[in-house]
Design a protein around this ligand. Structure first.
Ligand code: GLN
Length: 202
């Protein structure tokens, strides 16, 4: 298995470590690699778009000319996970803040995103959330200037909420996560993502 971490800006090395750890636990052979050029994106079995600064990552995606390559992967049914800034980028629709910055979105998932949804008082925080697809044990989450999902389209399943906000959702092969699963040692979320590649169809 060949898992790519989009390595333009942000939490790249943390995702590499977390993904290798999850693959080890699941006894999945293969490699986790940093990708940023077109040719590196071609033969992936799954892709992670990490947290960081969505405006910066968006600009670099345009600079490297890889938006169509990422869209092709999504169309082919390759699992793609966007975490935090990555969630902003996979969304079809943004809020006023996204409009203000003029940042291009990849528009892979039928969700509307609100950037920096938790406001100043809650710039960063941690919380234990119940996430059914990860099992009974609560999952410890780290939010850093996190976005939230404001609206979901028809084929989108909500997988987790924090208070009244949707913070994790899935649409077929696409997974959007508002927090940072790469910053804790609990590998369940990465394992869930890896498992998405083995499901027949949804
Ligand atoms: N607020 C950032 C953005 O919109 C995301 C923060 C993060 O990825 N930790 O790009």
């Amino acid at each position: 298995m060949r898992v790519g971490i989009l390595a333009l800006q942000g939490d790249v090395s943390e995702h590499l470590v977390a993904m290798r750890n999850a693959m080890g636990k699941m006894k999945i052979g293969g490699e986790v690699i940093e990708v940023k050029r077109k040719d590196e994106l071609k033969d992936l079995d799954s892709l992670v778009i990490p947290g960081g600064e969505s405006t910066a990552i968006g600009k670099l995606i345009a600079k490297y000319g890889i938006d169509s390559e990422i869209k092709n992967l999504a169309k082919k049914g390759i699992p793609i996970m966007g975490t935090c800034a990555g969630l902003v980028l996979v969304a079809k629709e943004g809020d006023e803040e996204v409009a203000k910055t003029g940042q291009p979105l990849l528009g892979l998932m039928d969700i509307k995103v609100k950037r920096n949804a938790f406001g100043r008082q809650r710039e960063s925080f941690e919380a234990d959330l119940e996430i059914g697809v990860l099992g009974k044990e609560p999952y410890h989450t780290v939010f850093i200037r996190a976005p939230a999902i404001d609206k979901t389209g028809k084929g989108v399943d909500v997988l987790a909420r924090f208070e009244d906000k949707v913070v994790m959702a899935r649409q077929r092969n696409l997974l959007a996560v508002a927090f940072h699963p790469e910053l804790t040692s609990d590998s369940r979320l990465h394992e869930y993502f890896l498992g998405m590649g083995n499901e027949d169809s949804r």
